[in-house]
Write a protein that binds this ligand. Structure first.
Ligand SMILES: CC(=O)N[C@@H]1[C@@H](O)[C@H](O)[C@@H](COP(=O)(O)O)O[C@@H]1O
Length: 308
């Protein structure tokens, strides 16, 4: 394994400490050749690590109105040829693409994604409710963050996420990206069958405050917040087990619902066979908690990965 593949694989194994048994690794908006390199590196790392199940391409086909922490200089126009190159380099591992449909949608693009089973997600986008409804978007990336918010005459991406009957909706449940009250509203409007918790975390997670990098830009991490120099929240330092606990604390939902939002929904959406349930013949990926819901042990494919 190359040093980069090794580093990726190690960081995925490290995630077992917070109860993560499988991941889609997320790329940033960057120069095309760097995205190409990531595709190849992740593909190679996945050959030796069965916990890497896919890639989430976040950008580069997004709106310059909502870059968030994505480097604005590398936002690109939708280009199916580029997507096809990355898909090939990834060995078919791209499972989800976050993009801004108002700048990039075409029937040809939709066909390409459907044929290659790439889920299209709206994110970093200024799309209107009507556009999202017309193109039947089925996934919303980090609800509320870096997207058109709710206005009473144009309900935008947030309104679409709430009104859709089928779209799965991501939430960064750290109480910083989204306030506990907004999380309650999302829970009441969207519910545990469609919400999916994510971390959106970057390299500083679990490490001391200081300067780190996200997509090649310096990020200052202090007291649980990661900020770019121009003042955008830049990913999180949220541990997945804390997202699991927070959703219960913020919404009063049941453990069963929190389990749904952290595993079953994702497994079902992406047809991850063998994942998401404890059943005969399944992969035996599981977390053990004590009565305070502190994580005691994580098993992946039946093998103990961490222990308190
Ligand atoms: C990897 C990524 O892109 N993450 C986004 C970030 O770009 C955005 O700045 C932040 C806050 O968004 P907000 O200021 O719109 O709430 O949310 C997420 O962390």
């Amino acid at each position: 394994m190359s040093p980069d593949e090794h580093a990726i694989s190690e960081s995925v194994d490290q995630m077992a400490q917070e109860g993560i048994t499988s991941v889609f690794l997320t790329t940033m908006t960057q120069r095309p050749n760097l995205i190409s390199k990531s595709m190849d590196t992740i593909k190679m790392a996945a050959e030796n690590n069965p916990r890497i199940l896919g890639i989430h391409l976040e950008g580069p086909f997004i709106s310059s109105k909502y870059p968030g922490a994505q480097p604005i200089d590398y936002i690109q126009e939708m280009d199916i040829k580029k997507l096809a190159t990355w898909y090939k380099l990834s060995g078919g591992m791209i499972k989800i693409l976050t993009y801004a449909p108002e700048v990039g949608w075409s029937p040809h693009f939709d066909d390409y994604c459907q044929v290659h089973q790439i889920k299209t997600a709206v994110g970093h986008s200024d799309a209107t409710y009507q556009l999202l409804k017309n193109i039947d978007i089925q996934h919303v990336t980090h609800l509320f963050n870096a997207q058109k918010g709710f206005h009473h005459r144009e309900v935008g991406v947030v309104g679409y996420a709430m009104l859709s009957k089928i779209a799965k909706v991501e939430l960064i449940c750290d109480g910083i990206h989204v306030s506990p009250e907004a999380i309650q509203i999302a829970y009441q409007a969207i519910g545990p069958d469609r919400l999916e918790l994510i971390t959106d975390s970057m390299e500083a997670k679990g490490r001391p405050d200081g300067m780190y990098y996200l997509g090649g830009q310096p990020v200052d991490v202090h007291a649980g917040r990661a900020m770019t120099a121009d003042g955008h929240l830049a990913g999180s330092v949220l541990k997945f087990v804390d997202a699991f606990k927070n959703i219960m604390a913020f919404t009063n939902c049941s453990i069963a619902e929190a389990v749904k939002m952290t595993s079953t929904n994702q497994a079902a959406e992406f047809h991850l066979n063998g994942k998401g349930f404890l059943e005969n013949g399944y992969d035996a990926d599981l977390n053990l908690f004590d009565k305070h819901l502190d994580l005691m042990a994580t098993y992946s494919y039946g093998k103990l990965l961490n222990k308190d």
